[in-house]
Structure formats: C-alpha cells, structure tokens
Design a protein around this ligand. Sequence first.
Ligand SMILES: [Ca+2]
Ligand SMILES: [Ca+2]
Ligand SMILES: [Ca+2]
Ligand SMILES: [Ca+2]
Length: 158
Amino acid sequence: MSCTSLPGVFASRPPPPRPRHRPDGVLPHGGIQYDAPGRDSNNCSTGNTDDEYLTIKNYSSSATVNLKGYIVKDAAGNRFTFTASHYLQPGDSIKLRGGNGTYSDSKNVVYRDNCNFLWNNDKDTIYLYKPSGARADVHSYTKRDNDRDANGYISYHG
Ligand SMILES: [Ca+2]
Ligand SMILES: [Ca+2]
Ligand SMILES: [Ca+2]
Ligand SMILES: [Ca+2]
C-alpha cells in the first residue's frame, strides 16, 4: 500500500508540543553548541572557542529587550555579563560565542571575549539571570542524555 500525500495533511497534524513553561522573556533558545566542532583549542588566534555558542532569544511579542546586565553562568560559576547594550527585538535571537569578536546586530552575534571554553563537553548547566538578579532560566545537560546524535549540539525550547 502506498502512502499518498494529500492536501491539508499538514494542517491536520497536531500542533507541536508546547515548551514546559510558557516563555515570556529572554531565554536560551534553539540550542547550545556546547562542544565546538573539531579538536578543542583555546588558543585565541588559532583555536575554535568561537565555535562554542549559546543561543538566546527574546520571546516577548512586543518588547525589545536590552541584554545589558543579563548574566550567563555555568555549573562551575564561570560567568559572562552583558556589559554593553545589545538590543533584541521581539522574536530575535542572538548567539553568544566564545573567543574574540565584534558585536553584530545584523549577524546576531555577541562574543564573550574570552578564549577559554565555557560549556563543558561532558555535562554542564546553563543559567541565565536578569539584570534584577532574578533567574530567567536554567538548563542542565549531559552529552549522554541530551545529545543523542553526539554532534555537540543540544536544542532547547523547540
Ligand atoms: Ca565545550
Ligand atoms: Ca570539540
Ligand atoms: Ca563549564
Ligand atoms: Ca545533538
């Protein structure tokens, strides 16, 4: 028996599963490249720290968010503070990359200006704090449990 493709088949599909909680602010989204592709090197000029990144998205439907004052932390307490203004329009996302580089609004990227890797390749925890100090989000991962295809990338919030 053949499987026939019918018009409207997509419309009749159930909606994708909702996130565990309803995002209403700036949260890690899309995912984390916690293991930079290839052999890790934290050499500032020849290394690949810039290939390790966390994606952060503005889930608000109306408010532009300035990331200034937001803090990203890992399980070991290493932290990155957005000390400069980076504006995220509603629905916009940005990649927070390791290594050195220049903030680009059009390329949606911010660099940590630190060539050391932040996200452990075996397991770690992603914390995001608002400028007020309130915790916006937290995600723990392990390579074994959350990265089944072992490509160094894990998705979050659909
Ligand atoms: Ca890593
Ligand atoms: Ca690697
Ligand atoms: Ca870490
Ligand atoms: Ca993966």
